[in-house]
Ligand binder design. Sequence first.
Ligand code: FAD
Ligand code: EPU
Length: 339
Amino acid sequence: MNVQENYSLKNHNTFGVEVSAKYFAQAGNFDELKNALEFAKARDLKTLFLGGGSNVLFTENFDGLVIQLNLKGISEKILNENQVLVTAKAGENWHEFVQYCLRKNYGGLENLSLIPGNVGTSPMQNIGAYGTEIKDTFVNCTVLSLETLQTEVFDAEKCDFGYRDSIFKKEGKGKYVILEVSFKLTTNNHVIKTEYGAIKTELEKMGIENPGIQDVSEAVIHIRQSKLPDPKVTGNAGSFFKNPTIPLEQFEKLKMKFPDIPGYPNGNAVKVPAGWLIEQCGWKGKQIGNVASHELQALVIVNKTGLASGKEIYDFSSLIIGSVKERFGIELEREVNII
Ligand code: FAD
Ligand code: EPU
């Protein structure tokens, strides 16, 4: 294991923020991971695990050991005539994993195409898009407890998944490293989900009437490319905030004042698109210094000039929170992990 000192993390966070780690190591296998943890323990260093760095905002240099997980490998076990269990190690790139499954005609992850980051991070916030979340196909994940240094298997119930949420963001925060994740996928009779957002319209544009899983993946890719900035070109971490859920009563009051407010009811609560709230406050496309709200998707904050500091991005997000709170009385919650 090679530990580097005063290491730049600019290429390890999709915001492209220039920060450094006091120490940095890559763990390509379990032994290297254990060695890295021993290195940190011997020096009483705090540790931070990184996958693709696509959901973090560094607001300062990291005064400890950053461990990038590069564990690779995919294995499969046929369960029955219609289902397969597919297990991928933490360091596998998420989108490449989805493409691998599509090539094998394994269905269930196609709506999650083109989400940046790694497989090992996918349970952290129960990644979701276009009507699917990983909890829909998730079977379990193997984790290393940082307290006991023993591995444990967490099933979906133990992961306590919610909207952009899991045990790993709550009581399990900082306590476990996710080593591999298993999904139950279909080998035939795939369930095709085209109800959400613009998928149907996109498939029509593509001239497809009876879509297969590959078609759904392509439609999702087209939609995402049409409105989300490519982090390789403009630094960002996807949606900066979660879509807030508010009580039905509060939504109805807001509806009287703002008749156009969109909302997706769920029992006695309503999910309101944060992008709409932010746009209404005049932030869409607005730039302050090096930071802006994306011109095609107000919910995405971008490192517009490539020179933004994490603090600048964080302060910009605080201004947005303040505006939305003042105008709508709704407190936006950051989705991105602030480090
Ligand atoms: P990182 O940013 O490396 O890490 C995120 C957090 O997880 C950090 O706190 C880190 O310490 C921790 N962590 C990382 N690996 C592990 C591990 N193995 N064990 C324990 N903790 C770990 N997300 C969605 O849900 N849906 C979307 O549609 C979506 N679209 C996006 C679009 C763009 C353009 C971008 C840039 C991001 C988008 N995201 C989306 C957010 C992001 O892709 C996901 O959150 C992704 O799962 C992050 O993976 P990562 O490996 O990059 O995580
Ligand atoms: N909207 C606006 N203005 C905007 C952006 C959005 O008014 O600038 C409104 C519109 O009413 C639109 C609605 O918001 O219909 C929803 O917008 P969109 O379909 O773009 O989705 P989103 O709610 O902004 C969520 C996820 C995305 C995910 C997409 C597709 C969250 C926080 N974000 O975005 O996930 O890809 O749906 O399923 O739930 C991420 O988590 O990083 C992410 C990109």
